[in-house]
Design a protein around this ligand. Structure first.
Ligand code: IMP
Length: 425
């Protein structure tokens, strides 16, 4: 039995969807444990693209059970829309295959309004959130006034909680942000209208995990976003509102930390970031534009162009440490083709000194200058390579150097979006 956690090692968009989809083939159960529909996982199977925001990527394999864990914040309408789209393609999304933890918190319209209102007010210091209400929903969870999926089955409690929440939210929305206040009865009625479709999906996730484990099946815990968007360890305040690191797979999935046997980090062969925040290796030149176009670096959720730059080994080293990666999957290596030279940031220059770790003071990373090591580029098309030894020498050298610099082995290499374009080492 292997219980694997998949974690983004950079700022999200590392290609977790493809790897999660691949590993799902051998898994009986897939659990999402944090984030919400701020995530966008793109999976390409035989030329057909699927973008998933909430439902675990494993849903494309007919034998898996896919669960949305307690650590996720779930937008009910988005969940149903996504399920409907999959169903229209003939994919079974019945409650036999898909479940939602009763403890997962729900994103309500006022969370989305507050997310947008706050961003609009943060002139000059915008976080660049996805506007999906993620932060305000997690705030309510911590403030102990959140609406949980299990409440959908209890209309009296649900109405009472929404009424209570709106006393405060409406004061903020109309008083401070000049938005229309929301009507508690209408808000509750709209949510309760979805309840008959959602309630059958409510499950005791922990019990399902125990059952799957007892049968000896492999279980996959699918993370969203990336290590450096973690609310504690990321580039605060330019982060998401949940813990994205492997430690949260336990809390957000409902299992003990000792449950995991493999912690797989997913790292792009270069670096990208969406939204605001420091990014030492960002390239604002033709090379950055080349990576964006060749790598199709546009957000799967918001369509925003992603900021692109060289691989940052300092960022990856910290991700290896924080998550305890047993191994790494390096994605999009093919995108580096035709660059005359490849650069890797091996350390920073910060306050006149060489610095091997991420400086921790708020805003400090914005003043860290990358120190690069340069390696030869490659011209061959590697997108059809089936084995590590078939890769050009320059590519193998690049992979090996990254392993040395970050302190973890690269066990999987992705050279294209399709399931088949993957090298297992
Ligand atoms: P939020 O999660 O919508 O609150 O956004 C906070 C920050 O995290 C913004 O910079 C977003 O662009 C970023 N972010 C959130 N989800 C993802 C993701 O799945 N991939 C990449 N960036 C993300």
């Amino acid at each position: 039995m292997a219980n694997t956690v998949i974690i983004g090692a950079q700022w999200g968009d590392e290609g977790k969807g493809k790897i999660a989809d691949m590993l799902s083939e051998g898994s009986s159960l897939i659990v999402r444990f944090q984030g919400g529909n701020n995530a966008g996982h793109t999976i390409r199977v035989q030329g057909r693209e699927t973008i998933l925001h909430l439902i675990p990527s494993g849903i494309l394999h007919s034998h898996t059970l896919c669960l949305v864990g307690n650590g996720v914040v779930l937008d009910p309408a988005v969940f149903l829309e996504e399920a409907d789209k999959l169903a229209a393609r003939g994919i079974d999304v019945s409650p036999a295959r898909l479940g939602i933890s009763k403890k997962a918190h729900l994103i309500l319209p006022y969370h989305k309004q507050l997310d947008k209102a706050r961003e609009a007010k943060r002139a000059g210091r915008k976080i660049g959130t996805t506007g999906r209400g993620i932060g305000p929903c997690y705030e309510d969870k911590a403030a102990r006034v959140g609406i949980r999926a299990g409440d959908l089955d209890n209309p009296v409690l649900l109405r009472e909680k929404i009424g209570h929440a709106l006393l405060e939210k409406n004061a903020l929305l109309s008083g401070l942000y000049h938005f229309e206040p929301l009507d508690p009865e209408k808000t509750a009625a709209e949510l309760l209208a979805l309840a008959p479709r959602l309630v059958p999906y409510l499950v005791d996730v922990e019990a399902r995990i125990d059952e799957a484990a007892a049968r000896g099946g492999d279980i996959l815990f699918e993370g969203a976003q990336g290590t450096h968007l973690d609310v504690d360890h990321g580039t605060y305040p330019f982060v998401t509102s949940s813990n994205t690191i492997s430690g949260n797979a336990a809390a957000g999935g409902g299992v003990p930390p000792s449950f995991f046997t493999r912690i797989l980090g997913i790292a792009k062969a270069y670096t990208t970031r969406v939204g605001s925040g420091p990014f030492p290796t960002e390239l604002l030149d033709d090379t950055g534009a080349y990576l964006r176009e060749k790598g199709h670096e546009y957000g799967a959720t918001t369509g925003r162009p992603r900021r692109c730059g060289w691989l940052d080994a300092v960022v990856l080293r910290e991700a290896v440490r924080l998550n305890g990666f047993t191994d790494i999957a390096m994605t999009k290596l093919d995108v580096l083709q035709n660059l005359p030279a490849l650069r890797i940031c091996v350390a920073y220059e910060y306050r006149g000194q060489r610095c091997e770790r991420i400086p921790q003071e708020e805003g400090a990373l914005a003043h860290a200058r990358p120190i690069y090591e340069e390696m030869p580029g490659f011209e061959d098309d590697i997108s059809a390579c089936g084995g590590f030894e078939q890769l050009p020498a320059a590519v193998r050298a690049y992979v090996r150097r990254v392993e040395e610099l970050v302190g973890a082995g690269i066990s999987i290499i992705s050279v294209g979006p399709d399931r088949r374009q993957t090298i297992m080492r």
